[in-house]
Design a protein around this ligand. Structure first.
Ligand SMILES: [Zn+2]
Length: 492
């Protein structure tokens, strides 16, 4: 089984780098910005180097600082050539008042709930789930589409170029494409009410996923809502990589290692010479057919209720089963142990939340190389336990930062999410560093959603989409996180 997602077409990333969008902060002159002293010193130290006039194909960015895997390094400039980072080098002139960073990766998202932002009032996980389930019923498809379009635009505005999206309904791919965001869409599967015969439901979700793939440069796969809303047989079939319904074609091109595929992307035609319809269709088909069976994502141990249900058969989830006359039997083990026992703990799986973990659970995740999404604002709002991210990172688990649903997290703002990650980890007494949190939102975040070795960072040869962060007088990553907001972001 291929354990890495295929790279989305590289042309989008190159086009974003090669075709700068208008600078919304262009009215912000350098005169109203204090260039840090260290940046000035770095410039002075390298003053003898003459400016190299950029060619028509190249572009020189001279920020006062560059964020490298979460670490703010002052005194560096970046030379781009046709959207590829040609050189990362010491300043050769006076720096400008901004910082360059790899764009953000939103490791967990629900675009469709944007319209419910500020409208749900439950502050407990299970009552919130019931409230949003009811609220969804009153939404029209037009409202869902508007939610997706708005949320995708707001993700873009806060610096997100890649996303791992859970969608119950259509429109995510249209919205992400319109906002120039790639990544992976997990079409979400719930079989709670179809436990006896889930094949028809799986087929419906598979068809929805196929429609999402149309025109989307990223990957579409089937996502699993949770271990308690998807029946065991279906979970097992995903664990073994063989869904209970739908095509199981394995195309040999799909096992192409990401790095090799990246080379192919670089050699592909530029954005303005679109592939022929035949080529495009083939690419979409192959990426879907392979990866809807090989990759998945699932909410795990978000609240205390989930382990209570699996361990003892008690609590609100058990009551929910009884109300709906769905039989169940406690297994006397944690949800993580349950998923591992049925083959669903692996490097091809993203576990979202992971708030209520034991030491044994963390060892399972680390040993199986499961990837994790951390969503601190949503977890806080819904009174979930604080995820043990310090311990997960120390165990070697790749953790990304997710904005989750605006209906639980609030406004789409990666800086607010980073501040929350720092805050809850410190409150818990197991603090994360600002550099770790920035990496979770960029470089490690990209690994955490399955794009593995692509290298979402600033280095020679990288095509990572870049953002400018306009922060007054930042000397550290902590300063950037403290002072940042979507208004700080510009696209390169
Ligand atoms: Zn979610």
């Amino acid at each position: 089984m291929n354990e890495e997602l295929p790279l989305p077409s590289g042309k989008g990333a190159r086009a974003r780098l090669a075709s700068p969008t208008p600078n919304k902060n262009s009215g912000r002159g350098a005169g109203c910005f204090r260039v840090p002293l260290r940046a000035k010193l770095a410039h002075a130290a390298h003053a003898p180097h003459a400016d190299q006039p950029p060619t028509f194909k190249s572009r020189l960015l001279r920020p006062f600082g560059v964020v490298l895997n979460g670490h703010l390094q002052l005194g560096l400039e970046v030379l781009l050539e046709e959207g590829v980072i040609k050189e990362l080098r010491p300043h050769t002139g006076l720096p400008e008042p901004y910082v360059i960073s790899p764009s953000f990766v939103n490791a967990h998202s629900h675009l469709e709930y944007r319209g419910l932002q500020g409208k749900l009032h439950s502050d407990d996980y299970f009552s919130w789930i019931r409230e949003i389930t009811e609220a969804k019923k009153s939404q029209t498809l037009d409202q869902v589409r508007e939610s997706c379009l708005l949320a995708a635009r707001e993700n873009r505005a806060t610096g997100v170029a890649r996303i791992a999206e859970h969608s119950d309904r259509p429109f995510a791919s249209e919205a992400l494409t319109a906002a120039s965001i790639d990544g992976v869409i997990y079409q979400e599967l719930i079989t709670f009410l179809e436990q006896e015969n889930p094949r028809e439901k799986i087929e419906r979700v598979r068809q929805l996923a196929e429609r999402q793939q149309q025109g989307f440069s990223g990957v579409v796969a089937i996502g699993l809502h949770s271990a308690y809303t998807v029946d065991r047989t279906t979970l097992e079939s995903f664990g073994s990589g063989k869904p209970a319904a739908g095509p199981r074609t394995q195309d040999s091109t799909l096992s192409t290692p990401p790095n090799a595929q990246r080379t192919t992307n670089k050699a592909s035609p530029p954005q303005d010479s679109a592939p022929s319809p035949k080529t495009q269709d083939t690419r979409h088909k192959t990426s879907f057919l392979a990866h809807h069976s090989a990759q998945t994502s699932i909410h795990v141990a978000e609240s205390l209720y989930e382990n209570q249900f699996f361990r003892t058969g008690e609590g609100p989830i058990a009551d929910f089963y009884r109300r709906n006359n769905v039989p169940f039997r406690p297994i006397g083990a944690s949800v993580v142990a349950y998923l591992e026992s049925i083959g669903l703990a692996g490097s091809n799986v993203q576990f979202v939340h992971c708030c209520d973990l034991s030491t044994d659970d963390i060892k399972i995740l680390a040993d199986a190389k499961v990837r994790v999404a951390h969503c601190p604002r949503s977890n806080t709002r819904l009174k979930c336990p604080t995820a043990p991210v310090r311990e997960l990172l120390d165990a070697g688990v790749r953790v990304g930062l997710g904005l989750d649903s605006p209906a639980s997290s609030g406004p789409i703002d990666m800086f607010a999410e980073m501040r929350a990650a720092l805050g809850v980890s410190a409150y818990r007494g197991k603090p994360l560093t600002p550099e770790e949190v920035w990496s979770m939102a960029t470089t490690m975040g990209n690994e955490s959603i399955g794009f593995g070795d692509e290298g979402w960072d600033i280095y020679q040869g990288s095509t990572v989409p870049l953002i400018k962060v306009h922060i007054d007088n930042a000397y550290s990553t902590e300063d950037l996180i403290e002072q940042g907001s979507p208004a700080s972001i510009d696209w390169v």
